[in-house]
Design a protein around this ligand. Structure first.
Ligand code: ZN
Length: 151
């Protein structure tokens, strides 16, 4: 896979020194997502403050793309309202499907995943944390951990 070096550095940095990694003592939302094609298993934990995501954490095993994407997502979404999360998710998905979107400055790390759009199998890796989070938010009232498998 050929990625621009700067972008590769940002991805590797998030992979090697992840932000917000580790299961928190308590969470309002717990969701796990798996991407069997690559072997990625990502867990997403959200602490809510009303309509806002006070804290987003993740854990799991997977390739550099999936774990770096989870680390970036956790940073970008902290403190955002559910509505903002939906909007940011749509932008990110559009970018990963090769659309020419302009991301807000605070999302610049996410832009490093843009080059991954050329590799369809890897796109699933980058989207896995987002799909998992959305599944968790959609099942907020479940009262237990929910899981989703992408194919
Ligand atoms: Zn992967």
């Amino acid at each position: 896979m050929q990625l621009n070096d700067l972008y590769k550095d940002i991805i590797l940095d998030h992979y090697q020194s992840p932000h917000n990694r580790g299961r928190p003592p308590q969470a309002d939302i717990e969701a796990e997502g798996s991407n069997p094609l690559c072997g990625d298993e990502v867990e997403i934990y959200v602490l809510l403050d009303g309509e806002r995501l006070q804290e987003v954490r993740f854990d799991g095993v997977g390739c550099a793309i999936s774990l770096a994407a989870a680390s970036m997502m956790s940073e970008v979404l902290e403190g955002k309202s559910k509505e903002e999360v939906g909007n940011i998710g749509e932008l990110f998905k559009a970018m990963m499907h090769g659309e020419d979107v302009i991301l807000p400055e605070e999302m610049e790390d996410l832009e490093s995943l843009k080059g991954v759009a050329k590799f369809p199998l890897r796109v699933k890796c980058a989207l896995l944390p987002w799909t998992t989070l959305e599944h968790g938010l959609a099942n907020e009232d479940a009262g237990h951990r929910v899981s989703i498998e992408v194919d």
